[in-house]
Design a protein around this ligand. Structure first.
Ligand code: SF4
Length: 290
């Protein structure tokens, strides 16, 4: 007698699991603006660090119009230590565009979303799915890993998105907008909490018996994962140190800012890049938030 067919991984199974196990994250029951803010913050920062910042941000600026009227200094201050602070100024610019061009309402088309400052393909699709429950393909690193393992039998996806991956992801999106937007959130959740880069929890996974990689015995990947650049000693760390000082002191001389820098050349490079990005400004010999 033939063994029972194992079956294929199913998006409906993942959606069912999500409805029973989804984390209660504040941006899952909010306005389109709240979704957009969360997507900016989550671009390079993990969920637990984002939650308190998102909550405070939405208390201060519950609408795009509120943020549009804030000063750049207030916005950079509120971004705190979330990292990659250009995201804060881009979100500020996006809020102004939404206020001026869209009557204060986050737009609900891909063309208008992708035209906003700081919004790329991923963010535009994520907002369409999570804020407007539209049928679209949302592909972040977590979703790519789930699809790579469960459907393709590969431990890790390629370093860069391929057309084959994209086509497979498009083909998996459920037909109805409701199921499609649930799949966007569910596949991301599965990748974030169970199908993690190392030590995936396959025994707790709803796809454990159908996942191509798990049922093949978890073979080592032909692709390697991308390494995060080291933060300690980087220009990024020096930029963070300068911004922290200028958040704490309204204004400092260039000499005071440089005083505790570990590498003077790196300090100048970091300071000049912050000036070029519009994250700090000068008045005479003093530096301050813009
Ligand atoms: S069975 Fe394991 S590898 Fe496969 S999707 Fe689930 S957590 Fe990921």
């Amino acid at each position: 007698m033939q063994p029972c067919p194992v079956g294929s991984p199913s998006t409906a199974v993942v959606n069912r699991w999500y409805r029973a196990h989804a984390r209660d994250l504040p941006w899952r029951s909010t306005t389109p603006w709240g979704v957009l803010v969360s997507e900016f913050m989550l671009q390079q920062t993990p969920v637990p660090r984002v939650i308190p910042y998102w909550t405070t941000w939405m208390d201060c600026w519950p609408t795009p119009a509120g943020l549009a009227h804030a000063t750049p200094a207030a916005v950079i201050r509120a971004w705190g230590t979330l990292g990659y602070p250009r995201r804060a100024t881009r979100l500020h610019e996006a809020a102004r565009t939404i206020s001026n061009a869209y009557g204060g309402e986050v737009p609900d088309t891909y063309e208008n979303l992708i035209a906003l400052p700081g919004v790329g393909d991923y963010t535009a699709n994520a907002v369409l799915a999570f804020a407007f429950h539209k049928r679209t393909t949302v592909l972040d690193v977590n979703v790519r890993r789930v699809i790579s393992r469960a459907w393709r039998g590969e431990q890790h996806p390629p370093a860069h998105l391929t057309t084959i991956e994209r086509a497979l992801a498009d083909s998996l999106v459920p037909t109805t907008p409701h199921a499609a937007s649930t799949w966007a959130a569910a596949s991301m959740e599965l990748g974030a909490v169970l199908c993690t880069t190392t030590n995936p929890q396959c025994t707790a996974c709803p796809l454990t018996d159908t996942c191509a990689w798990n049922t093949a015995g978890q073979p080592k990947s032909t692709h390697t994962t991308r390494r995060q650049p080291t933060y300690t000693g980087s220009d990024r760390q020096e930029r963070g140190r300068i911004l922290a000082l200028l958040r704490a002191h309204d204004t400092l001389t260039a000499a005071a800012l440089e005083k505790d820098a570990t590498n003077p050349e790196q300090h100048i490079r970091a300071r000049d890049s912050l000036l070029a990005d519009g994250l700090i400004a000068t008045t005479g010999r003093h530096l301050h938030l813009p």
